[in-house]
Design a protein around this ligand. Structure first.
Ligand code: GAP
Length: 449
């Protein structure tokens, strides 16, 4: 991805949403029934993109570290957890209704709290009501008191309720972290901006347990680490910033939070929050459950409740930021025909790109299908590959550009004699002739760097 700040097209948002539908990244959910309230399904390439975002996070937060372990906790959870965490009481947004047009809004997100942004009426709002964002349902056949359960609104509480289990089984000691990726659910009053704010979404969260006096240092450390993660995966510097929360923005559990923000088409908005949650959660769960949630430092002969630094990112929201940052249009000569056209290309970092390689026999003739499927079989154990044998090769290159595929491998009639293929680079469109025997090494040198 180029570092030079190229101006984003003014209709970038619509273009990306359109491309997502056209190329199979994201579909409106239940579309054959008219769609379902800001919910989305990830299509054949969207599921790869999302998986790559999550894999890149897991690699950086768990695989490449010795001090973080993973967890996959249940989504359905008893009220006791949310009573202790404070979510039953505090996880609310102020809701107002316009008495004229009957639209609902989050009061704290209105540009002018006196004016309805839908119908323009002044002083038409009802008194604000605190609306709890958690989805409630019932476990078992009988609805009612005692059967209520909640869909988790954050993955974090699974890490706190399993703190003792992990401490006892993993042989880790503070500073150490527990990481988790999974779905969370919030009954958002105003979902919107495509997959930016939805009621069902995926989070990537890590709770890092530290000795209390070390928490300021680790907070700074994780702010820097997390900002670098986005940069290292190709989001240009000018589209990223770190912003510290004002006092009145802090969640009920936090004494300090900084957001990694991305410059979306509507302005700067949050990708991830890094919070200093202190010992709030462990103390709350200890008090409510009666379990001792502490660490005994044998060397110092000291018992303490660790403090927690939490980098909490959204996987689906981050996938959207990668799409926005990768989108590019450039005027090019039509490949093979010399006629001008605009090509749309997603300049994803290789690690994020849904397919790494597309295998494209020049024609559907069986003489080419046979070597092409051999090339595919050579590459598939190593890389996610697409295979496409219909349409003119120029149109197939354009399709792969729109999917963000870094390399296209073309098998032509010369391949039958020289046992070589053409490797086309997505970003430069340069083509190299590469012997099939050296193809894997050629791609490895470029994709695994
Ligand atoms: N455990 C802390 C926590 O959940 P948060 O700032 O509420 O903190 C963390 O959420 C991240 O989860 C956000 O930065 C965002 O990327 C993602 N997220 C939160 N609500 C979301 C929603 N309604 N739709 C999509 N992503 C959301």
């Amino acid at each position: 991805m180029s570092d030079a700040p190229a101006p984003a097209p003014s209709d970038l948002f619509d273009k990306v949403v359109n491309l997502c539908k056209r190329r199979g990244f994201v579909f409106p959910s239940a579309e054959i029934y008219g769609g379902f309230r800001s919910t989305y399904d990830y299509g054949p390439v969207g599921v790869l993109l999302l998986r790559n975002v999550k894999d890149a996070w897991w690699r950086s937060m768990v695989q490449l570290r010795h001090d973080v372990v993973g967890l996959d906790a249940a989504i359905l959870s008893p009220p006791a957890i949310w009573e202790a965490s404070g979510h039953l009481k505090n996880f609310t947004d102020p809701l107002v209704d316009c008495k004229v047009c009957r639209e609902r809004f989050r009061l704290d997100r209105l540009d002018d709290p006196e004016v309805c942004p839908n119908c323009g009426s002044k002083h038409s709002f009802t008194e604000a009501r605190q609306f709890n964002l958690m989805f409630k349902t019932y476990a078992g056949p009988v609805e009612g008191a005692g059967a209520e359960v909640y869909l988790r609104p954050e993955t974090a509480q699974g890490m706190f309720t399993n703190f003792k289990n992990v401490l006892e089984t993993s042989r880790k000691r503070p500073p150490f972290g527990i990481a988790q990726i999974g779905k969370s659910f919030r009954n958002e009053i105003t979902p919107g901006n495509f997959v930016f704010r939805t009621r069902e979404f995926e989070q990537m969260e890590m709770e890092y347990f530290v000795p209390p006096d070390e928490s300021p240092r680790w907070y700074e450390y994780w702010c820097a680490e997390r900002l670098a993660w986005y940069r290292d995966l190709g989001i240009p510097e000018h589209l990223l910033r770190l912003r510290a929360h004002d006092e009145d923005e802090l969640s009920h559990y936090s004494v300090g939070t900084s957001d990694v923000e991305f410059l979306f088409p509507w302005g700067w908005d949050e990708l991830e929050g890094i919070a200093n949650r202190t010992d709030y959660d462990l103390r709350q769960h200890a008090a409510h459950s009666g379990e001792r949630l502490e660490y005994f430092d044998q060397a110092a002969g000291e018992r303490y409740v660790p403090h927690v630094i939490e980098p909490a990112a959204g996987a689906t929201r981050t996938a959207m930021a990668f799409l926005m940052a990768a989108y590019d249009e450039e005027a090019v000569a039509r490949e093979g025909q010399g006629k001008g056209e605009v090509r749309t290309v997603l300049r994803f970092h290789h690690r994020i790109a849904p397919y790494k390689v597309a295998v494209l026999p020049l024609s559907k003739k069986p003489e080419l299908s046979a070597p092409a499927t051999e090339v595919l079989a050579l590459l598939q154990p190593h890389y996610m590959c697409d295979y496409d044998e219909t349409q003119a090769i120029g149109r197939r290159y354009r399709r792969q550009d729109e999917l963000g595929t870094p390399f296209c491998v073309t098998i032509d009639f010369d391949t039958l004699d020289d046992h070589a293929v053409t490797v086309r680079d997505r970003d430069t469109m340069a083509q190299d002739r590469v012997p099939i025997a050296g193809l894997l090494d050629h791609l490895r040198a470029r994709l695994d760097a």
